[in-house]
Design a binder for this molecule. Sequence first.
Ligand SMILES: *Cc1c(COP(=O)(O)O)cnc(C)c1O
Length: 374
Amino acid sequence: MTTPDPCPSSWCTIHLDRIAANLALALGLVPEGRRFCAVLKADAYGHGIAQVVPIVREQGVTCIGITSNAEARAVRKAGFDGDLIRLRAATPHEIEGALSDRVQEYVSSPAIARELHQHIKSGRLKTKPHLALNAGGMSRDGLEIATTAGRENCLAILDLLGERIGGISSHFPSNLPQDLCHSNNLFQKQVDWVFDNSHLQRDAVCVHAGSSLTLISDTDIDTDMYRCGAILYGILKPELGFRPTLDLEARVVSLQDYPEGSSIGYDRAAHLSGGRRLACISIGYENGFRRLVQEDCVVAIRNQPVPVLGKVSMNAIVADVTEVAGVSLGDTVSIFGGASGNPVTQQRVEQQFGTILADLYTDWGLRNPRFYRR
Ligand SMILES: *Cc1c(COP(=O)(O)O)cnc(C)c1O
């Protein structure tokens, strides 16, 4: 958004009070003696990182996870002085650019270890890097030390960075009980190997793996810290009191009656089998109402589900409001969230857009102006 629009077509309402409540609930689930890292990557999952940092600070969280340099800057600018971890591998250019924001980097190759070593020698790197292991996990950016070559690279990293290593991490690809046990065992074995082959002291290193799904699973894993994002935004476990934190809404901008046989939208992909009253709604794929939506998609007007008809336009959708009494020009339309009792549940919105809520949140938050509820 370049200039704030005083009268936006569609908008997000961000419930900061619910993020605070979700965080408090999540902290209550953390086993005694373990740490919690609040994951605020992707602009706090589309909610706005600058607005979420104060909540995290207020509840005494001492670790934040980000991915981009801009996010690191935003976290420091919001006054957070604690541990700031980049939860992915970074390029040398990114590492250099984040030195002044005291970002703790992941290291999983000798090349990056050499970069970090240079910055340590010049006194510019003040933070402790985390050794990122794959441990049979994501095969995304962690070092796989199941192979001889991997172990050699690990020894080279340990040689260069020595006791500067402040953490050892992995990321679990699945949180099904069996997978979790397997990943955890493998990770612990690899962590033991690292300690056996270095001068690192166990109590000086934060060994961490596990995300929101791990925290809410019944499997207790050996981690010094849980790194959680999704749970803060009410994506999981409504039965424990977690609540969704982002609403997406738009308005009815036209109401028209069309006769039987009328085609609707581009490519005449839909037709009316009888006369219907159709509402034009001010949201399209520009605003994250995805073009490849399911055919039985609904939005809510006056808390009633109304079917979306035809192909999604760039800036508009069409809904059949014939069955809802009293629909008026300017009425608010809920795509997700809003008034309680909205028939478009999380399960329904995920099904109709064919993806998970985290994907929708990050998209919607970027494509719409955000208004904040405290
Ligand atoms: C995104 C991410 C997390 C948080 O995951 P959630 O499922 O949102 O809790 C934790 N660790 C890493 C490495 C991540 O990339």
